[in-house]
Design a binder for this molecule. Structure first.
Ligand SMILES: Nc1ncnc2c1ncn2[C@@H]1O[C@H](COP(=O)(O)OP(=O)(O)OP(=O)(O)O)[C@@H](O)[C@H]1O
Ligand SMILES: [Mg+2]
Length: 291
C-alpha cells in the first residue's frame, strides 16, 4: 500500500468554529454520511476540513451520544485516519484521474492508485474541491462511494474496492459562480448533507485576522469593517465580496511595514475587481477607514 505520510495532517491547523460545523462533521463522519461544503472563496472551507482531519488523526473525535450507527470508538483507527487526499477538480479531470492508472516501469505496466483509491483503502478523507468543475464521468465514481454501497469501481482492473470504515467523502463548491451547465445533479447532491459557509461574523473574523495576520486588535477590526463595507456595497456589483483570505493578506503586509492603505489596495481593491471605477470606489472606503 502507498505511503500515506505525505497526506497526514500533523500540525494542528488554527480553526475558529463559526457555528455547529465541528459537531456536524463529527456526526456525519460517525454515521458515514458524506459532506458537502458550499461557500464563497476564502471563507475557511479548506481550513475547516484540515482541522477536522487533524482531529480525527489525534483521535479527538469521539462521537457516541445519540449515534446509533458506527461510533468513532468502534472504528479501527487504521493508517489513513488523519490523512487528507485533496483533489482540485477542473474541466479535464476524469474518473480515471481519481481511481488510478497504469504506468510503464522497466518495460512493464504497473498500476498506480489514484487519490480516491488510496483514500478508500486507507480510510482517509477524500476532499474534492470545486467538484462542479469535474467531468460528468466523475459522478460515476462518486455515486457508489457516497451511498450505502461505499465501493469504488476500478474499471481498468475489473474490481471494486470497499471503503474502509473511517473513509469519508467531502466535496465543496462555490454556488456564487455556478452556471446551469455546471451544477451537481440532484441525485448527487442528495447523497450528501450540506453545510453552508459564509464570511465569519465580525467578532470572529477579527480574531481570525489577529491570529493569522499577527496584527493588533485595532488593525484587525478596521479590516473587518472594510470587509463588511465592501461586501455590503450596493453602488457596484462585484462578482464576489472580499474574502477573509484577502483581509488576512492585507494584515500580513501591514505587519511587514507596508502602509495600511497600500496594503488594502494590493490585497483587496485590486483583487476583488479589475474595473477602474470599482477599484476607485473601494479605495474611497479604504481611505475613510484608514485615514
Ligand atoms: N474559521 C476560521 N478559522 C481560522 N481561519 C480561518 C477561518 N475562516 C477563514 N480562515 C482563514 O481564511 C483563509 C482562507 O480560508 P480557506 O483557504 O479555508 O478558504 P476556502 O473557503 O477553502 O476558499 P476557496 O473556495 O477559495 O478554496 C485561511 O487560510 C485561514 O487563514
Ligand atoms: Mg479551499
Amino acid at each position: 500500500m502507498e505511503n500515506n505520510q505525505d497526506y497526514r495532517i500533523t500540525q494542528k491547523p488554527f480553526y475558529l468554529p463559526i457555528t455547529d460545523e465541528v459537531e456536524v462533521f463529527e456526526r456525519a463522519w460517525a454515521e458515514q454520511i458524506p459532506l458537502l461544503l458550499k461557500g464563497p472563496t476564502g471563507c475557511g472551507k479548506t481550513r475547516f476540513v484540515e482541522f477536522m482531519v487533524y482531529n480525527l488523526g489525534q483521535k479527538l473525535i469521539r462521537v457516541t451520544k445519540g449515534s446509533k450507527g458506527l461510533t468513532a470508538d468502534k472504528r479501527d483507527y487504521s493508517q489513513g485516519v488523519g490523512s487528507l487526499y485533496t483533489v482540485a477538480c477542473h474541466e479535464d479531470l476524469t474518473a480515471r484521474d481519481l481511481t488510478g492508472r497504469y504506468i510503464m516501469k522497466g518495460g512493464e505496466a504497473v498500476w498506480i492508485d489514484g487519490p480516491a483509491t488510496m483514500a478508500v483503502k486507507q480510510g482517509a478523507i477524500l476532499y474534492l474541491d470545486e467538484v462542479v468543475e469535474a467531468r460528468k464521468d466523475v459522478t460515476t465514481i462518486i455515486h457508489p462511494l457516497t451511498d450505502h454501497r461505499r465501493i469504488l469501481p476500478l474499471e481498468a482492473l475489473g474490481i471494486q474496492v470497499k471503503a474502509a470504515a473511517s473513509f469519508m467523502v467531502v466535496i465543496s463548491y462555490n454556488p456564487g459562480y455556478q452556471s446551469i451547465r455546471k451544477n451537481l445533479k440532484p441525485s448527487t447532491k442528495q447523497r450528501f448533507i450540506a453545510l453552508n459557509f459564509g464570511y465569519p461574523p465580525p467578532e470572529k473574523e477579527s480574531v481570525i485576522i489577529q491570529n493569522e495576520g499577527m496584527v493588533s486588535k485595532e488593525i484587525a477590526e478596521k479590516l473587518v469593517l472594510l470587509g463588511s463595507d465592501i461586501r455590503n456595497i450596493t453602488t457596484i456589483d462585484l462578482e464576489e465580496g472580499v474574502s477573509t483570505r484577502g483581509l488576512i493578506h492585507a494584515a500580513k503586509l501591514i505587519k511587514r511595514g507596508i502602509s495600511p492603505k497600500r496594503a488594502c489596495s494590493l490585497a483587496i481593491a485590486q483583487t476583488v475587481t479589475d474595473e477602474k471605477e470599482e477599484i476607485a470606489a473601494i479605495e474611497i472606503i479604504i481611505d475613510k477607514i484608514f485615514r
